[in-house]
Write a protein of this length. Structure first.
Length: 288
């Protein structure tokens, strides 16, 4: 069914081009589509409203994740022989910031933890990786969308390209997280197009535990993710167009209140989010 759907889209696009009325392509990123899917109101605040509403205070778990990502970006730009555990710790210290932490003591504690996590990750996975891209920007036109995004790492392994995405949160991801991730599937499609190689394997690397979960997509599963992305892109674009034409922004971009509202950067601007759950301290999502 998915293959038939792809053929139908291709036929429609071909007919539209033949008639001189090309299909309008929508430029998207995985982050934008994920935001729209989880909460249209947050999408509006982030991508539609101009000027953009002021964000809330920095969150410590976001600061932590950025430091880990930056350290690993710098690490995998080095030759394999220089990717040592001690260099990993050094790079964490170099990229460390303290925004969102409860104070200097908590920040120092997590800086040590982060250094240990990266050192252990390097010990287990550092030498074997063969990256062909680190923080690589990829872009591809597929179906009715132009997919763009920055991939944490792209490895070349066993004759194929592998999308690697780092995770630094409390939750240890499972295979289902890799399989169901719209972002990873879109990164695979864009990587295949940008680097002209086979790319169906996607991986989540959990930095706190050094655990790696992977999923190998099929042509059908990638097509299903692509079709979902096209629907989300169409719906979000239609909502923005409606607001430009005078429709009520709150109606076109409804809030979806839930637990995530506690840490939303636009919480102060959203009545539904403030009513849904109490506000949390900036360091509450660090975990132990």
């Amino acid at each position: 069914m998915a293959v038939a759907g792809l053929r139908s889209v291709d036929l429609v696009q071909g007919q539209l081009a033949f008639d001189g009325i090309p299909e309008r392509l929508t430029r998207v990123t995985p982050a934008k589509l994920t935001t729209w899917s989880s909460c249209p109101r947050r999408y509006r605040f982030n991508y539609v409203d101009r000027p953009r509403p002021a964000r809330g205070p920095a969150m410590a778990h976001t600061t932590l994740g950025a430091a880990l990502h930056n350290a690993l970006r710098a690490l995998y730009e080095l030759p394999p022989a220089q990717r040592t555990p001690s260099r990993g710790r050094e790079l964490v210290n170099r990229h460390w910031k303290s925004e969102g932490f409860a104070g200097a003591e908590q920040s120092a504690d997590y800086r040590v933890r982060a250094g240990d996590w990266v050192a252990d990750y390097v010990e287990r996975h550092g030498a074997s990786a063969e990256p062909v891209g680190v923080e690589r920007w990829v872009s591809a036109t597929t179906g009715t969308i132009i997919v763009q995004g920055r991939v944490d790492r792209i490895d070349h392994r066993d004759g194929e390209l592998v999308v690697v995405d780092y995770k630094a949160g409390r939750h240890t991801p499972g295979v289902g997280d890799a399989r169901d991730s719209l972002a990873l599937a879109l990164y695979a499609l864009a990587t295949r197009s940008a680097l002209h190689g086979r790319c169906r394997r996607v991986e989540l690397h959990h930095l706190r535990t050094s655990e790696v979960v992977s999923w190998r997509h099929t042509a059908d599963s990638l097509a299903e993710h692509r079709e979902r992305a096209e629907r989300l892109a169409h719906d979000s674009s239609a909502a923005a167009t409606a607001v430009e034409a005078g429709e009520d922004p709150d109606r076109m971009f409804p809030a979806r209140p839930g637990a995530r509202c506690a840490a939303c950067e636009f919480r102060r601007h959203c009545r539904e989010g403030k009513r849904a759950v109490p506000e949390i301290e900036p360091w509450a999502l660090l975990g132990e």
